[in-house]
Write a protein that binds this ligand. Structure first.
Ligand code: SF4
Length: 707
């Protein structure tokens, strides 16, 4: 039998910081076939290895750095690493993508994934050079910025080019929305930097000389050529190259897709002007986030002089600049550029940081936060001077920054006095720079995305609803976006289900999602993957893996106690904007979010009352590890049959939510305990106290009363 594994190494590195033990482990090929890599593999590891309720900042938590066979510099969009962890900000599923060479270089070192667990007694950094892996003392890195840490680690290793991923001071201070940084590229959302900081792991340096064998090199060459050819002719790709993501500030403002003043409005009227100033005076050049990106959407920007003087650096993306302009009504682009630069240096998520400042400004406006409580600072809307000050205070947990560093839910709780009415979030994650009042599909994605109100999963909803792009999914049954009105609520549940299943695939393959905006389809990705691994997958197969992974992440959240009530939208996001272009636009209102959710649950085959994926769905997706372990056959005596309806399937099979005795089983079915029952288990009479086991066949007969 040919046992060669193509595309993968079949190996992961596990580093236990409690003991300093470093070991290489084999990865089960069947797991790779089901979950592929990236957030798929990360979901499987975290679901299996983390206990319910684990504190994300405790020694029992883990952080996974996952790659896929397409993580490589020569694969278009293949330069990234997916990081998976339980979020200290939201206490649920956390994931984040980071561009840069770290992912491709981890693969070159010969590992498909890296798992970090435990807590080191002293600050350390990890170095990986093929099989040479060690922990190094890192006391001297404490409180250094990201640029300083990166330079110091390279200096210590005498290697100016080694890939370095590190945290900034905010990660060390366990700010709940601290980032992991690869130079100025961020795994930004959900607080992965705090998880790494809690482990006393300040950085990871990696390089290697290996290459996983490719199943069909000629086919791979052709598949890469096809993708590059599509990118070359794509207007979207050209737009990203010339204007980056930042270029959509004006169009999104005009479309009502620009959350403004802590979500009081969805447009401001200053987007175009702000972007023009940025483009003319501050954009230095474009840059790919990894060696070889054919789109290269990254921005190098600077502020040459003045009080916000900032060196040329990578950053100034759409989300970051929006968070420090529209979110807080600041029309000074230089202050915004400087603040986002500081976020990158200190290791703070720009979206959450801007959202927290907007929240604080609103509390200040409503006298919930007094001048004394904010150290005498002027927190009036639009004050450009206060933004960099608050960024530093959050990163180093100084004054009011210490409260804001906890994230918006906890900060509102700590401030009290009704502050929670001003906290805009879903599941604890602060909202990004897209507005559900512009696209009703976005309302569903915001409500249901596994990590909360994130900026990655919603993008496809906006692009479908407003941009009229179908992602090549019409052949799978997605309605033509040109036939769908962006304001309509009906039909959006089903549409979002398909968009989510398909557009989570890049996060599983570790490829950049922007390539799908530029015309790369699931079929292109399947061709690349099949050529690399020799496992023949279709676009539909990839979409099924996407659905599997989303359901497993959902089960991770269900295990933490989330239910339908948590799939919600902040109230003000459902209401007509208070000002701006859409102030009088009734269609902006979200009238029946619950009905959209019903439709979405039905498409997903999730329980309409609880939002928990049905056992049937989990079985269909082969998510056996997420199914309740006890599966039994139950035969109810004829007169009792009505009690089994909806619980027992046509084969009389049922999965029990937890281990039950026979008596509890009768209660589970709501069978009245009168006059009593006879229980046969595997054809033998059994006492009521018997706890049923997986595979048992249980018969329950009613006892006929009388003499
Ligand atoms: S398109 Fe932009 S984000 Fe995507 S891989 Fe290229 S540079 Fe990175």
């Amino acid at each position: 039998m040919n046992c060669t594994l193509y595309g993968y190494y079949g190996k992961q590195l596990r580093v236990s910081l409690n003991t300093g033990e470093i070991k290489t482990e084999k990865i089960d090929i069947d797991v790779l076939k089901k979950y592929i890599g990236g957030v798929g593999y990360g979901a499987r590891v975290l679901y299996d290895e983390l206990e319910k309720g684990v504190d994300p900042l405790s020694t029992s938590s883990k952080i996974i750095f996952a790659t896929s066979p397409l993580t490589a510099n020569n694969i278009p969009g293949g330069g990234s690493i997916m990081v998976c962890f339980k979020s200290p900000l939201t206490q649920i599923w956390g994931q984040s993508r980071c561009g840069g060479n770290f992912g491709p270089d981890l693969r070159k070192a010969g590992y498909d994934a890296l798992i970090i667990e435990g807590i080191s007694d002293e600050p350390v950094f990890l170095t990986i050079n093929n099989d040479d892996v060690s922990l190094q003392p890192a006391n001297y890195l404490k409180e250094k910025t990201v640029t300083e840490k990166t330079a110091l680690i390279r200096e210590a290793l005498n290697d100016a080019k080694i890939s370095v991923l590190c945290i900034g001071p905010a990660g060390e201070m366990q700010v709940k929305f601290a980032t992991l940084m690869v130079e100025h590229r961020a795994a930004g959302r959900c607080g992965g930097g705090a998880v790494m900081g809690s482990k006393n792991l300040l950085g990871i340096a990696v390089k290697g000389t290996r290459q996983a064998p490719v199943a069909d090199p000629d086919r791979l060459k052709t598949a890469i050529k096809n993708v590059i050819g599509t990118i070359r002719t794509s207007e979207t790709a050209n737009g990203y190259r010339e204007h980056g993501t930042t270029g959509v500030m004006g169009p999104n403002d005009a479309a009502g897709d620009w959350p403004t003043k802590n979500w009081h409005a969805n447009s401001w009227g200053k987007g175009e002007e702000l972007y023009d100033t940025f483009f003319k005076h501050h954009l230095v050049k474009n840059k790919g986030c990894y060696r070889g990106c054919p789109i290269a959407c990254g921005r190098i920007a600077d502020v040459k002089s003045g009080k916000f003087k900032t060196p040329a650096h990578e950053g100034s993306e759409y989300e970051s600049l929006s968070a420090f302009t529209a979110f807080v009504l600041n029309d000074n682009i230089e202050s915004a550029i400087h603040s986002t630069y500081l976020c990158n240096e200190y290791g703070l998520d720009t979206i959450s940081a801007g959202a927290l400042i907007a929240f604080a400004m609103e509390c200040y406006e409503n006298s919930i936060l007094t001048k004394e409580e904010v150290s005498g600072l002027d927190l009036n809307w639009g004050n450009p001077d206060i933004l960099p000050v608050l960024v530093k205070m959050m990163a180093f947990r100084e004054g009011i920054g210490d409260t804001l560093a906890e994230g918006v839910i906890k900060a509102a709780e700590m401030i009290g006095k009704g502050a929670e009415a001003h906290a805009v979030h879903v599941k604890g994650l602060e909202g990004p720079a897209h507005d559900a009042r512009a696209s009703k599909a976005l309302a569903v994605t915001y409500g249901t995305a596994n990590r909360g109100m994130c900026h990655i999963q919603p993008v496809e909803a906006v692009i479908y609803d407003s941009g009229k792009m179908d992602y090549g999914l019409m052949k799978y049954g997605l309605p033509d976006p040109n036939d769908v009105e962006r304001w309509d609520e009906k039909g959006k549940g089903k549409i979002v289900k398909m968009l989510q299943d398909a557009l989570t695939v890049p996060d599983i393959l570790n490829t950049c999602k922007f390539f799908m905006d530029a015309g790369i389809t699931l079929e292109h990705l399947a061709d690349l993957f099949s050529a690399m691994t020799g496992w023949e997958l279709s676009g539909q197969d990839l979409m099924t893996v996407g659905e599997r992974v989303l359901n497993l992440q959902r089960m991770f959240n269900m295990r933490e106690g989330l239910r339908r009530k948590d799939d919600r939208l902040p109230e003000r996001v459902t209401q007509r904007p208070a000002f701006g272009y859409y102030e009088n636009e009734l269609q902006c209102e979200i009238n029946n979010f619950e009905r959209m959710l019903d439709e979405y649950y039905e498409a997903r085959n999730w329980d309409p009352k609880t939002g928990v994926p049905s056992n049937e769905k989990l079985e269909q997706l082969k998510l056996e590890n997420a199914l309740p372990p006890t599966k039994i056959k139950v035969h109810l005596y004829t007169t009792l049959k009505k009690y089994g309806e909806g619980k027992i399937n046509e084969n009389n099979t049922i999965r029990l939510p937890e281990p039950l005795s026979l008596q509890e089983l009768a209660v589970y079915f709501n069978i009245p305990d009168n006059p009593g029952y006879v229980y046969l288990v595997n054809r033998k009479p059994c006492p009521k106290e018997y706890i049923v086991k997986d595979g048992d066949i249980v018969r329950i007969y009613g006892v006929v009363g009388g003499g």
